[in-house]
Design a protein around this ligand. Structure first.
Ligand code: B16
Ligand code: MG
Length: 222
């Protein structure tokens, strides 16, 4: 089966907003005297805002209105950072890879857990580079459920088997596999269960080499 689409996660693949998520959660945690480290933040990659709060609270019980207040507060802190993003904040290799994908006539999409994905893409001046944008508002069940990748493939009018997902989070690779997509893990060791692992991101990576490697892998699997 021919590969017809590349589906990209946003945070950790196209740009690195993890530091801003960290600073926003840290401010909230400090105000509530809850310990929160960079390692704790790293474990929240690809995890929805609501689930991130549950993990930060780590069993501490709060009322629903108080939880909603925390989520709004964290997002307000985060938005203040995001509003400063510029096109230079695209990760190395991203711009060239997207242009090359267009030349190779591969469809492109975003599948992000973030409800702020469109804002981030606007700040990076990348919105028009994607045929479809799926975000934290598109489906009810977050990654590792396959729903977001199925939704995006549907909107692209391709099958999930014809799609390659680029992800930096364990839950994201799991979700993409659950959806029946091919997978490319970006960055740290948590994504080395992907079909291809690119430790250093998209810098100096050619879409044609990804297509060749994945098609060869698929033919050996039969
Ligand atoms: P928001 P991705 C994810 O983006 C982030 O990795 C994760 O840290 C964040 O909690 C989640 O988006 C929700 O973001 O609070 O902006 O809705 O990696 O799926 O692009
Ligand atoms: Mg991510």
């Amino acid at each position: 089966m021919t590969i017809r689409a590349f589906i990209f996660d946003l945070d950790g693949v196209i740009t690195d907003t993890a530091e801003y998520h960290y600073r926003a959660w840290k401010r909230l945690a400090d105000a509530k005297n809850i310990p929160f480290t960079r390692e704790d933040n790293d474990a929240l990659r690809g995890v929805s805002r609501r689930e991130s709060l549950e993990r930060l609270l780590n069993g501490r019980e709060i009322s629903e209105p108080a939880a909603l207040e925390c989520l709004a507060q964290k997002n307000a802190y985060y938005l203040a950072y995001i509003n400063r993003l510029r096109p230079q904040d695209r990760l190395p290799g991203v711009t060239a890879f997207l242009h090359a994908a267009r030349r190779a006539e591969v469809k492109t999409a975003i599948a992000s857990a973030s409800k702020n994905a469109r804002l981030v893409l606007n700040r990076l001046e990348l919105t028009t580079h994607f045929d479809v944008i799926g975000d934290g508002n598109s489906v009810a069940k977050p990654k590792p459920a396959p729903d977001l990748f199925i939704w995006v493939a549907d909107a692209l009018q391709v099958s999930t088997a014809e799609s390659v997902v680029f992800e930096d989070a364990e839950a994201g690779i799991d979700a993409a596999k659950n959806a029946g997509c091919l997978t490319v893990g970006i960055g740290g060791a948590k994504v080395n269960h992907a079909d291809i692992h690119l430790k250093h991101g998209l810098k100096n990576v050619e879409p044609h080499s990804i297509l060749r490697r994945l098609e060869a892998l698929r033919s050996t699997r039969g």
